[in-house]
Structures are given as C-alpha cells and as structure tokens.
Design a binder for this molecule. Structure first.
Ligand code: 7TS
Length: 406
C-alpha cells in the first residue's frame, strides 16, 4: 500500500486493466469508487479465516468476527469525529440511512401543517424518503431553489426556515453538479429556528475531512462504496440523544434485549437500529477503506482532487462545443457537461469505446436536470487515483466524439 497519492493508482486492481484496448480511464467515482487491494484483501481474509455471525456465538470465529465488525465501528467513529461509538449505525448505504431518519425520527413527530425542507440540488435518495413520510403524515415538502450556477440560494433557503419546519435535509456535495454546500453556515441558521439538520454526505465523505461535531448537524448519512469501501455498506451518524428517543426502524434479531409476546425490550444503541445479520464482510472492508484514506490523509486527497478538478474544468472549457453544467464557486470532484447536441448516452458509449468511463443521464437528480432544461448530462467525476493523464484522455476522447458526430 502506497502512502503517496501520486502513486496510489497502483493500489487499485480494477484500474490495471485495458478497456476497448486502452488503459482504463475511470471517471465515474461519484457513482461508485474503485476499491484498493487493502479493502479487497480485508474482505477476503475475513471470508477465508474469520467468518461467523456477530454478537451471537461463544466460539472463536464469532468472537473474531465481532471484534473486526466492532473495530470498524471504532474506526468510523474516529474518522468522522463522532463523540461516541453508539452514534455509528451501520446501514446498507446513504439511502437506507435517510429512510431510517425519515421513518424513525420524523414520522412519529410530523403532522398536518409541519414541513420538511430540502433543496433542488438533492439526489432522489434525499427527496423520495421525505415525500413518503409527508404522504404518511400530511406534512408538506418545501424546496429551496438553486441559481444558474447550481448553488443553493441561501437567502431563499433561510426565508423558508420557520418553526413549522421539522427537518432540513441537505446534501453536503451535489452528485450531479459537484456544488459544495456551506453546511456549517446553514446549520447555524437552522439552529436559530431549532430545525434539526440531516446532511446527505454520500459525496462529501470521499473528498474531504468530515467532522460531524464541527459541522454541528444532527444526522450525517454516507455510503461505503463511494469512499473506496464495499457496496451494501453505509453509516447513519446521529446525535445520541436523538437516536435514544427514536423507535427502531426495523424489528428482528440483534435489536432486542428480550422478547415475549407481552413485552419486547429493545437493545441499546447502536444495535437498536441494526436488526438482523449485518453486512459483516462489507463493514470490515469499510473499516479497511477508512485505514486506507487515513494513510493518505484527507487533506492531501482534497488538495489533489481540487488541483485535478481545476485542471479538468480548464481542459473541458477548451473543447469546442462543451457547455459546463454546474459552475458554482465551491465545487468538489464532479463536472457535468454537454457536448454540442450529442445525446449524453451516445457520448458515454463513444467514450467507453475509447476506454473512458463517465456517467451519463439524470444522475438520480431529475429536479436538477429539470432546472437546467435537460433530461441528462455527461458527468466526469474524480477520485483520489485519477491524474492529469486521465483528463487529457477524456479531452482526446471528446474531440474524437465531435469528429464522429460532425
Ligand atoms: N446521495 C447522494 C448525494 C448520492 O450521490 C447518492 C448516490 C446517494 C445519496 C445514494 O447513495 P446509495 O449508496 O445509497 O445508492 N449517487 C450516485 C451517483 O451519483 N451515481 O450513481 C449513484
């Protein structure tokens, strides 16, 4: 495992292959990051040597599995600076974490006249769970607008804050446009109205050091597979006092202390929210991803990606026919664009034929697309393993696409 970010591409087995006869240029980390060998090996070693169910057995393998699984919780706690390991709830990803808060925190307290506040920038995972809970309770979903650069209008957002709002749910970084929201400032403002804040951190965690206490929010949700860990893993961080008062989201094994037909006593935090056999292997892999990120250092990763993002924006601007979508002042690692009037899916296919992987379409953020009068965009997104060569290859591939469509 390398400690130097410039050399870290070699830590990623998936990046050592050719696609369409060329060295793979992977520019789709926002959809899912590739995994370093350290993560793959941690999962494989667990599967080969230590697999058993957690929290249940008295035998050696069960003890080992439990230690590894709970060890990952400790790593995650430290990584996001949570005050207590009981605040780290393992979920299947950001989506489940947000649904958990919508159903367990919001549903019991919402009624007609109450509001949930989100923004136009959100991923569907930070829209639909709130629509569901609003339908269930008669509450109303209200949405703060974005400007032509893809930034949330702070004045408009603040104007929507009132004591009717029972939750503000906002993305840390937009997956479609790369806009970084000034979460700390927004949280401070929400506090003045006693509005709890959930931050969708799916695109924040992989790119910057996250300190949940520093941000001041109440819940922070993220996915393992976007931060170089396995799919099917994620975390809901919540303030202990809030989590304590919330009813379980799902019932089943491990989330109880005692069950009888008259009275079931729920387990303590965090197990109250982890019903059933969890994704043990995945969580251990997520712990290894945290070790990997820490060995590089989040500050260094951010600086490297910022440099690359600026380079990518400059290069894209130099390609005739490119129109950038999402031009906020504060951005991270994502650039959406259109090339002439080429359909993004056609563009994505032509790029794939040249070994360049990007995502095309609505990026599960249809309202953002509607705001720009589009059905979809091409999106290049960066990870810590990318370099300027990758961006040069993207530019060459785009120029080739223009020739093909000329
Ligand atoms: N929130 C944001 C901001 C996201 O980018 C995503 C996934 C999610 C929530 C949902 O995460 P999940 O792990 O629970 O699925 N974003 C993307 C993307 O941009 N391309 O594919 C998935």
């Amino acid at each position: 495992m390398t400690q130097n970010i410039a050399d870290c591409r070699k830590d990623f087995p998936a990046l050592q292959q050719n696609i369409s006869g060329r060295s793979l240029v992977y520019l789709d980390t926002a959809a899912s990051a590739q995994q370093p060998a350290a993560v793959i090996d941690a999962v494989a070693q667990y599967q080969r040597e230590n697999h058993a169910n957690v929290h249940r057995g008295v035998h050696t393998l069960s003890h080992r599995a439990t230690e590894l699984y709970e060890g990952a919780r400790d790593k995650l706690r430290a990584f996001i600076n949570a005050s207590n390991r009981t605040e780290i709830i393992f979920t299947s990803g950001t989506t489940e974490a947000i649904n958990l808060v919508a159903q367990s925190y919001c549903r019991p307290i919402l009624g007609a006249g109450d509001q949930i506040l989100i923004t136009w920038l959100e991923h569907h995972s930070n829209i639909v769970p709130w629509q569901l809970v609003c339908e269930q309770t008669g509450a109303e979903l209200i949405v703060a607008p974005i400007n032509d650069d893809g930034e949330v209008g702070l004045d408009e957002l603040y104007a929507l804050m009132s004591d009717r709002v029972k939750m503000l749910a906002i993305g840390h970084v937009s997956n479609a446009l790369g806009t970084v929201n000034p979460v700390r400032r927004i949280v401070e403002r929400a506090r003045q109205h006693d509005i709890p804040v959930l931050v969708d951190g799916a695109q924040g965690m992989p790119h910057m050091a996250v300190d949940v206490q520093g941000l001041g929010c109440d819940f922070y949700a993220f996915s393992g597979h976007k931060m170089y860990g396995p799919t099917g893993t994620g975390v809901l961080w919540g303030r202990e006092a809030l989590l304590e008062d919330m009813p379980p989201y799902q019932g089943g094994g491990d989330m109880i202390l005692e069950v009888s037909f008259d009275n079931t006593v729920y387990n303590e935090l965090p197990y109250k929210f982890e019903a059933g056999t969890p994704n043990i292997a995945g969580v251990i892999g997520l712990g290894a991803a945290v070790d990997y990120l820490q060995s590089l250092g989040m500050e260094k990763i951010s600086a490297h990606e910022k440099h690359l993002h600026d380079y990518m924006v400059n290069k894209l601007e130099s390609v005739d026919g490119v129109r950038l979508i999402g031009t906020a002042d504060e951005k991270a690692s994502v650039q959406s664009f259109m090339l002439d009037d080429i359909h993004p899916h056609d563009l994505g296919t032509i790029l794939d034929n040249q070994g360049v992987a990007i995502r095309t379409g609505h990026h599960c953020a249809m309202p953002v697309m509607q705001r720009f009068g589009l059905t979809g965009t091409a999106r290049a997104s960066l990870g810590l393993y990318n370099n300027t060569d990758d961006i040069d290859c993207l530019v060459v591939a785009l120029e080739k696409a223009r020739e093909i469509f000329a």
